[in-house]
Structure formats: C-alpha cells, structure tokens
Design a protein around this ligand. Structure first.
Ligand code: NDP
Ligand code: 8X3
Length: 248
C-alpha cells in the first residue's frame, strides 16, 4: 500500500513493485491520476490493483476506508507512508499559518492516521514492513525550512518509535530521508511557480522518483531478519541541506 501514489516517489514505487509482480493499493486525492495509474500498473501483467481515493488528513475517512478493505486486501505486507508536501518558504515571523497547518496535518497527522489504521492488520499477521518518507530536512535544518523541517523531524522520531513499539510483532520500519529530488515537490511548495521550482535543481543532477523506488524495493526484498533502519540519500552533488555543488 502506497500513500500519495499519483506523483513522484509514490508513483515510481508503485511502478517498481508492479513490474516485480506485487499486488498494489494506490492512494491519493486526484482520482483521474489514480485511474490512469491503475491502468498503467495493470498493463504490467498478472497483478491486482486497488485504488483508494482519499485525503490522508481526513481522520474519519482514513479509518473508514481501511476498515472497509475487502478481506483479500487486508493482508498488507508493505506500507509506504509517502503522502506529504512542503508548502511555502518563509522566516518564522512571516510564515503563512495555513501552510504550516497543511504540512503538519499531512506529514505528521495524516501519516499517523494511516499508520494507526494499517498497523493492527500487520500486528494480527505478525508480519509487515513500514516505510516512512522522512527527509534530509528532518535531519538538518535550513533557512526558511522551519515547519517543513519540523514535520520531517517528527517523521524521523516516529520511525524510531514505531520500530520500538512493533519490535515484538516482527514488523520492519525503515525511515527514508532523501535530499534533492525532482518530482512535483517544488511545484507544490511554490504553489505552481515552475520557474522557482526549476531553480531549486539548477546545475544539479537531482534524484528521481525511480532512484527512491529502487532503494525502497531493495530494502523491502532483503531477508526477513534484516531491517534497514534509516537511509539518507542525496544526489552526488549534495552533502547536506546547506551544501550543494552546482555546475553553472
Ligand atoms: P510529489 O508532490 O511529486 O508527490 C506527493 C504525493 O503525495 C502525491 O501523490 C500527492 O497526491 C500525495 N499527497 C499530498 N497530500 C496528500 C493528502 N493530503 N492526501 C493524500 N495524498 C496526498 O512529491 P514527492 O514524491 O517528492 O514527495 C513524496 C514524499 O517525499 C513527501 O512526503 C515529501 O515530503 C518527501 N520528500 C520529497 C523530497 C523531494 O525533494 N522531492 C525529498 C525528501 C522527502 P494527491 O495530490 O493526488 O493527493
Ligand atoms: C525535501 C528535501 O531539502 O528540499 O524533503 O527540504 S529539501
């Protein structure tokens, strides 16, 4: 099950697992994109796909959708908590509080709602692997990043707690912390301003959705007794949130 499968890392991860023959639950808010992706995934061959169209911020909806999963879909082996976003970039004294709420509601609370609904299914089977999409921004802070960085620090912390709490249930928890990756992330952050979004990656050969999908697939297919706890993945031209080498 992959949250936020309509774009970026989530979509690339769905494609990767579908190509390897996994049945997949894809989720997101944009219904047309889900329908389109469902068709694409089914074209890879003998797999099943279930599309669930919901907003991770809606606590009741998340609980209801997972509770009403058809019986054959309740055996979720892998949950990729990927849905998330950054919105805006401002100093703390000028930040837009609506933007802050969107990040906190999606990146922290949404991730928690999905996790709370799915983990009992894994616990019941004594089996599972949870991937949380944190960020390098959860490890280090950068100017103007304040609330986004805080939301990803929370993901980082929750990954550690989930690993402790689910230890006896044979559930692996992997925190994935990417650096600069070209997806729709910056377009969303800059509210559709493609020029500003493009400038983020100027002179950099950034990560792609496929790079992160490859890493998730690698971690997920290690032997059951091996758990990769935490991975920071950057483009070769990035050595931290404040250290990039731009070829310009
Ligand atoms: P994209 O914008 O390309 O994709 C984000 C996905 O999240 C979309 O499928 C979107 O689907 C979904 N989503 C956002 N809000 C909600 C919501 N409220 N309910 C359900 N789904 C939602 O970004 P990325 O692929 O880059 O980002 C994926 C994750 O990786 C995020 O958590 C991000 O913070 C993190 N990340 C990104 C990095 C980057 O540089 N790109 C680096 C480090 C971490 P829809 O709009 O259809 O709902
Ligand atoms: C996205 C990476 O450095 O743009 O999580 O915040 S960064």
């Amino acid at each position: 099950m992959i949250t936020g499968a309509t774009a970026g890392f989530g979509k690339a991860t769905a494609v990767q697992f579908a190509q390897k023959g996994y049945d997949i639950i894809i989720t997101g808010r944009r219904k047309e994109r889900l329908d389109q992706l469902e068709k694409e995934l089914l074209s890879f061959g003998n797999i099943k796909v279930l599309s669930l169209n919901f907003d991770v911020r809606n606590r009741e909806e998340v609980a209801a959708v997972i509770a009403s999963l058809p019986e054959e879909w309740k055996a979720i082996d892998i949950l990729v908590n990927n849905a998330g976003l950054a919105v805006g970039m401002d100093h703390i004294d000028k930040g837009n509080i609506d933007d802050w709420e969107r990040m906190i509601d999606t990146n922290i609370k949404g991730l928690l709602y999905v996790t709370r609904a799915v983990t009992p299914l894994m616990v019941a089977r004594n089996k599972g692997h949870i991937f949380n999409l944190g960020s390098i921004a959860g490890k280090e802070n950068y100017e103007y990043g304040n609330v986004y960085c805080a939301s990803k620090s929370a993901v980082d912390s929750l990954s550690r707690s989930m690993r402790i709490d689910l230890l006896k249930n044979n559930i692996r928890v992997t925190n994935i912390a990417p650096g600069m990756a070209v997806t729709e992330f910056s377009i969303v952050r800059f509210k559709g301003d493609e020029e500003k979004a493009g400038a983020v990656y100027k002179g950099i050969d950034p990560l792609t959705g496929k790079d992160i999908a490859d890493v998730i697939y690698f971690c997920a297919t290690l032997p059951d007794h091996v758990c990769i706890n935490d991975l920071i993945i950057t483009p070769t031209q990035q050595a931290g949130v404040n250290h990039n080498y731009r070829r310009i």
